[in-house]
Design a protein around this ligand. Structure first.
Ligand code: KG4
Ligand code: ZN
Length: 348
């Protein structure tokens, strides 16, 4: 069964053809990074307009890359939540039009759930991870953990009570005067060989001794104080990152990255203690982070767990994860119709 997946929830226009839920035949992503760079963040109206321009070329490119035509496709999948409404609408309208004109089943997919299942792509049946698993999504909009009985059976264990980890990365990058997109640039600066990740003691949120929720707003504020100076300190308060020597900016980045990654590891450790599992599935843009990836693999080795990280191409937003998950949902009997709506929030 060949599924055509469409994704347009934020600032990437993507289409993909996936066979039997795991074999990726093509994955095309048109990024809008250069469009939003001067604003250092995604401008919803610009994103929606760019999706309109890109959606059909991207769908055509995905079919071409797979060496297929629309006649070969058996199902249409689309990310319809969560995201920017104007952006979601473009992908959803294209998906509905394709499903209706070809008489194909339409499956709406939750983007957060799709990230969670992105490590299952390109993994043959005999090599898929064992369940129950613990799932963690670390993205620009979400930071949540789940108990997974199967790829489609999720129970949320915890989530951020304020900012998502990717949002904190992007804010910290802006404070450090790094270009958009912030996360990867901060990762690069923090990974310089001379970086001292203990130069600044930035807070690792615990919330309470048993909480499985996350909080990144305190880390964000502490990073701002590290850049601008002591909150009580008068003149220093107005200090900008551009006035700081490179080694100080680098050490702030490294200290931020250490605190952010340790916060994830702390809560993941608690979740594993409370929910025995066989594997850990990780997804979302921040799963591309070099330090987080290394720390998760180390955690897996220490705790004897099978940690599955998506390859870099499936960390960022893509449509292969949407098509892959739709196949698993369809197998449970799920099908949507033309009343499917774009929704700003996740259902996971
Ligand atoms: O999953 P994603 O593409 O979009 C959402 O669903 O939110 O995640 C985007 C987020 C951004 O905040 C971006 O800065 C972050 O992922 N990101 C990273 C890295 N690569 C992307 N954060 C830290 N280190 C990276 N290497
Ligand atoms: Zn995403």
């Amino acid at each position: 069964m060949l599924t055509l997946g469409i994704e347009s929830s934020c600032d990437e226009t993507a289409a993909s053809v996936v066979e039997d839920g795991w074999r990726v035949r093509s994955s095309v992503v048109a990024s809008q990074n250069s469009l939003h760079a001067e604003y250092r963040g995604v401008v919803p109206e610009l994103a929606g307009r760019a999706h309109v321009e890109k959606i059909l070329p991207v769908v055509r490119a995905a079919l071409k890359e797979a060496g297929l035509s629309l006649e070969d496709i058996g199902m249409i999948a689309v990310g319809h939540r969560p995201g920017l409404i104007g952006s979601l609408l473009v992908g959803l309208t294209a998906a509905k039009a394709l499903a209706w004109t070809r008489g194909l089943p339409l499956i709406g997919v939750d983007h957060v759930h799709a990230h969670l299942c992105s490590p299952l792509l390109d993994v043959a049946e005999g090599e898929q991870p064992q369940f129950p698993a613990l799932g963690i999504v670390v993205s620009g909009g979400h930071t949540s953990m789940y108990r997974m009985e199967s790829p489609v059976g999720l129970t949320r264990l915890g989530a951020t009570i304020d900012d998502a980890i990717g949002e904190a990365y992007d804010k910290a990058a802006t404070l450090l005067d790094l270009p958009f997109p912030g996360g990867p640039n901060l990762d690069r600066l923090a990974s310089e060989p001379e970086a001292n990740d203990r130069a600044f003691e930035l807070p690792i949120s615990r919330i309470n001794p048993t909480s499985l929720d996350f909080s990144f707003s305190g880390l964000k504020t502490a990073t701002m104080m590290a850049v601008r100076g002591d909150p009580q300190g008068r003149a220093a308060q107005r200090r900008q990152a551009s006035e700081l020597p490179h080694n100080v900016r680098r050490d702030i980045a490294a200290s931020f990255q250490r605190a952010a990654v340790e916060a994830v590891l702390l809560k993941l450790g608690r979740a594993i203690d409370a929910n025995p599992c066989r594997s850990i599935l990780v997804g979302g843009g921040v799963s591309a982070n070099s330090r987080l990836r290394a720390a998760l693999l180390e955690l897996g080795a220490t705790r004897g767990l099978d940690v599955r990280l998506p390859p870099m191409r499936y960390c960022i937003d893509n449509a292969a994860m949407v098509a892959g998950l739709a196949f698993a949902l369809r197998a449970t009997g799920r099908v949507d119709d033309l009343t499917l709506e774009p929704t700003p929030t996740t259902a996971c």
